[in-house]
Design a protein around this ligand. Sequence first.
Ligand SMILES: [Zn+2]
Length: 279
Amino acid sequence: MPELPEVETVRTSLEPILTGRTLERVEIRDGRLTRPLDPVVVAAELEGERVAAVERRGKYLVLRLDTGRALVVHLRMTGSFRGEETPHTRAVLTLDDETRILYRDVRRFGTWLLLEPGEVDAYLDAKLGPEPLGRGFGPRALARALEGRRAPVKAALLDQRTVAGLGNIYVDEALWRARIHPLRPAESLDPDEVVRLHRAIRAALRMGIARQGATLRDYAQPDGSRGGMQHEFKVYGRGGEPCDRCGTPIEKTRAGGRGTWFCPSCQPFYAARSASSSS
Ligand SMILES: [Zn+2]
């Protein structure tokens, strides 16, 4: 599933194409995309709208429209904006400069939601915690979000209300960077570990953005090019391979219902509290 860096990469490539353009024709071929609303009705509502800005919030793409409305797109598992027409093309936007933007989704979990002015931020803020790369997200905000939660820290970080935009890949990568075991109860992290984790989340996401995301299965950028983050993984999907830091084979477990990779040596379950300054 695309996570923050992948969605940010999509946003960056769509922004110059869409901003300032009017949606001349909108064709939504799959009713699942706009459920429970009729796709024909949503398409008609979108036609004639001018795109004011292409933003991202967590894993959502937010097309801000001149009328104050917004089209909120979630790519879920396999949604992508791709150049060529395929049987999996679910929607087509034709712009006033005749550019066609195709939305493709093999597994059809993606969603397009048209929100009215005034609904947009409330909708997103109800679902999402702070933006991890934004000014509002400091170690104290992270500490507050983890406080009193007995769930594994991995599960807490997958919860979009803790911090927006993290998924299975970047949580595993961040926990490795922070040297924190994914099954540690979220509430058990000491202040130094929270600071490390905060820094690690940002570093993992920035690396992902710099590499234009990871290409796994179906994700690709709108021009069809592929990200390079998959070559930078420290733990994700690397079971049995040596840890880059200490050489110990990476192990796989489950946390928050997801396959989870970690280094048993760098990320011990029983953290020595007094050793937390050793990073
Ligand atoms: Zn290690």
